[in-house]
Design a protein around this ligand. Structure first.
Ligand SMILES: *Cc1c(COP(=O)(O)O)cnc(C)c1O
Length: 346
């Protein structure tokens, strides 16, 4: 199976499994797990932050960040299709009691001027705006990179308004590898950064939140409260650490595979895609006539898995689970299915 449904399907490599099997462990709730401690220090240093906290999932990491920065009744500014708002089960309302003020972005990216538009004066009628969240790369924006210059302009508005800035960086590593900007430079404008180890890096489980020592102490308290305190979590941290050390730079291969796929798909009659929109490992393309689900079902019969993300939109995600040679077969299959469907209509 050429599995392009997501980069969450990545499995630990033999070397990663070895690192996991031999990891030194302890009870992390006591602060005793040396591998978790090593991972947290490594992530904090890499992102240029004082501290980091290991967590079970990206959703928990984001939601704890919201809880760290707000009190019930506050408001958070987010892009209209931000993962935190769109895909986290309504957690901002349920877990932190905050409302979401949405800014319409362009494939996930918005500007400092957009933030200024939604700022509220201090007045007892209004919720208090307490946080701005960005997403880099943007999931529903098709893996679009948030340009550093725009991040810095938004951070400037946040500083003027005394508003913290949080990054949902589930695919932050992809943004760093694609732009060549260092992790610390890209993380600098943010008060808290959430990163994920179980997507392109290939670890089985885990995310981390990084920020100031004080914020991370608060995050640790909420992690406990949200049920995310783990015991011999070094087993999982070892996979994350291995991914960071040995499987980060190779994300450029995923980007090259995605770009090639986009360029080849753009040559197919009946497919619409702008290859220049494909900046990292997510490829979203549109079928002009054939319903997306039918294309996806027929691809599956031929050994290729993708996801229909709209009536005529399909998503393919490259990862360490697919090779360049496997990827070369994919456009041909898409073309065959579309032209066969056309013929059978006549
Ligand atoms: C995957 C993802 C998350 C977190 O997902 P989990 O499945 O909870 O680890 C958060 N934000 C974005 C943008 C994502 O793509």
């Amino acid at each position: 199976m050429i599995d392009l449904r997501s980069d969450t399907i990545t499995q630990p490599t033999a070397a990663m499994r070895e690192a996991i099997a031999t990891a030194a462990v302890g009870d992390d709730v006591f602060g005793d797990d040396p591998t978790v401690n090593a991972l947290e220090e490594y992530v904090a240093a890499l992102l240029g932050k004082e501290a980091a906290v290991f967590m079970p999932s990206g959703t928990m990491t984001n939601q704890i960040a919201l809880r760290v920065h707000t009190e019930p009744g506050d408001e958070v500014i987010l892009e209209s299709e931000a993962h935190i708002y769109y895909y986290e089960g309504g957690a901002p309302a349920a877990l932190s009691g905050v409302s979401c003020r949405l800014v319409k972005g362009d494939r996930g990216i918005f500007t400092a001027a957009d933030v200024r538009q939604v700022l509220r004066p201090i007045d007892s009628h209004f919720p208090k705006t307490k946080l701005v969240c960005l997403e880099n790369t943007h999931n529903r924006g098709g893996g679009r990179i948030f340009p550093l210059a725009e991040v810095e302009s938004i951070a400037q508005v946040c500083r003027e308004q005394d508003l913290p800035l949080h990054l949902d960086g589930a695919r932050f590593w992809n943004a760093c590898v694609a732009t060549g900007i260092s992790e610390a430079a890209y993380a600098k404008p943010f008060d808290t950064v959430s990163v994920c180890f179980s997507k392109g890096l290939g670890a089985p489980v885990g995310s981390a939140l990084a920020g100031s020592r004080e914020m991370m102490a608060r995050a640790r308290r909420f992690r406990k409260m949200f049920g995310g305190g783990m015991r011999q979590a070094g087993m999982m941290a070892a996979g994350a650490l291995y991914g960071l050390q040995y499987q980060l730079a190779r994300l450029s291969e995923d980007h090259a595979n995605a770009k090639n796929l986009a360029e080849n798909l753009s040559q197919i009659e009946g497919v619409e895609i702008s290859p220049e929109y494909v900046e990292t490992n997510l490829v979203v393309f549109h079928t002009l006539e054939l319903p997306a689900q039918i294309l996806v079902d027929r691809l599956r019969e031929k050994g290729v898995a993708m996801l229909a993300v709209g009536t005529h939109s399909v998503r393919a995600v490259t990862s360490l689970m697919v090779t360049q040679t496997q990827m070369e077969q994919v456009p041909k299959l898409v073309e065959e299915i579309i032209s066969t469907a056309k013929l059978s209509k006549i």
